[in-house]
Design a protein around this ligand. Structure first.
Ligand SMILES: C[S@@+](CC[C@H](N)C(=O)[O-])C[C@H]1O[C@@H](n2cnc3c(N)ncnc32)[C@H](O)[C@@H]1O
Length: 296
């Protein structure tokens, strides 16, 4: 798939970036204060747990399990779950977390989602990825490898970043989406191209206030965005998956710029929006969960 908002070769690999912050990664799961953090992980986990409860997998694998908090939640729910990550620091955090909860630290191991080794096809009947798959530099090959590991009828549940949110965000992502996905920019005459660029810049350039806040994207980690309208055709079908459902989370009740000026109100209203199947999620949520089933 063509990924207009993906970064370039100078970007940092996600496992290196997240590995550097592994010790403190779990903190985002602890804050309940809306003024400090938005609890999108709570809404995301609920979606995963609801789907798993309907599926009741025999054995599941969490790809890019990070410091292991979602893995711990799966184990606490009684699922036979293992996880892997490519960052040694994250693996160490997960091992500690499992040990401190009287769980087997061998449930986490090191593996690279872009070149998965040592797992027999069919060993897991359900594979999940929370906030990890879109960091793959070779996304379609990664999805195909995951498909190869699952038996026919196996479930694959993973979160993606919502490219259509660009239309609601009213910032540089909006102009990028217009220029790279909607308008036939490469066919425009140079004069029109220049006027268009300045038109979009006027409408969507970030305010000075917003520029003060460094987002995760500005830290130059390689990552991808996906369109929920085309994910079945572009991502799933080529790897032998059928789409079972799409579930939206991390709603933004207003364009993100307002989160900086009106933090609590912004987040309180956004929480009220959180409904995984509301059509508005297609535009107002920055992430979505895909539930796919292997067909071949
Ligand atoms: C945003 S964190 C999410 C962690 C965890 N799934 C969660 O939701 O808390 C992304 C994770 O993907 C891992 N990761 C990145 N590239 C990877 C790769 N090639 N193979 C395995 N894990 C990878 C990172 O090390 C990091 O732990």
């Amino acid at each position: 798939m063509n990924d207009p908002l993906s970064m370039n070769d100078e970007d940092v690999d996600a496992y290196k970036f997240f590995g550097m912050g592994a010790k403190n990664y779990g903190e985002q799961y602890q804050a309940n204060d809306l003024a400090k953090l938005y609890p999108e992980h709570v809404f995301r986990l609920k979606i995963f747990l609801n789907l798993l409860s309907a599926i009741q997998p025999d054995r599941m694998l969490d790809i890019g399990c990070g410091c292991g908090l979602p893995l711990l939640a799966f184990l606490r729910e009684g699922y036979n779950a293992d996880g892997f990550d490519y960052s040694n620091e994250m693996i160490e955090q997960t091992k500690q977390l499992l040990l401190s909860n009287d769980l087997d630290p061998a449930r986490v191991s090191r593996n690279n989602m872009e070149k998965i080794e040592g797992i027999s096809p069919g060993f897991y009947d359900c594979i999940v990825g929370l906030g990890s798959l879109y960091y793959s530099r070779n996304f379609s090959a990664t999805i195909s490898q995951i498909s190869d590991l699952l038996p026919k009828g196996g479930d694959f549940i993973f979160s993606l970043r919502n490219e259509l949110f660009s239309l609601f965000s009213q910032n540089s992502y909006t102009s990028d989406f217009f220029l790279k996905k909607l308008i036939p920019s490469t066919s425009l005459t140079p004069g029109l191209k220049t006027r268009l660029a300045s038109f979009l810049d006027d409408k969507f350039s970030l305010s000075t206030a917003t520029k003060k806040f460094l987002t995760i994207d500005e830290q130059k980690i390689f990552s991808l965005y996906h369109n929920p309208l085309t994910v079945e055709k572009d991502v799933l079908a080529p790897a032998g998956f059928a789409l079972k459902g799409i579930y939206y989370y991390h709603y933004h009740a207003l364009p993100p710029e307002f989160e900086h000026s009106d933090t609590e109100e912004f987040r309180r209203l956004s929480c009220e929006f959180e409904n995984p199947t509301d059509w508005r999620g297609m535009f107002m949520s920055s992430s979505f969960v895909v539930h796919a089933v292997k067909t071949e």
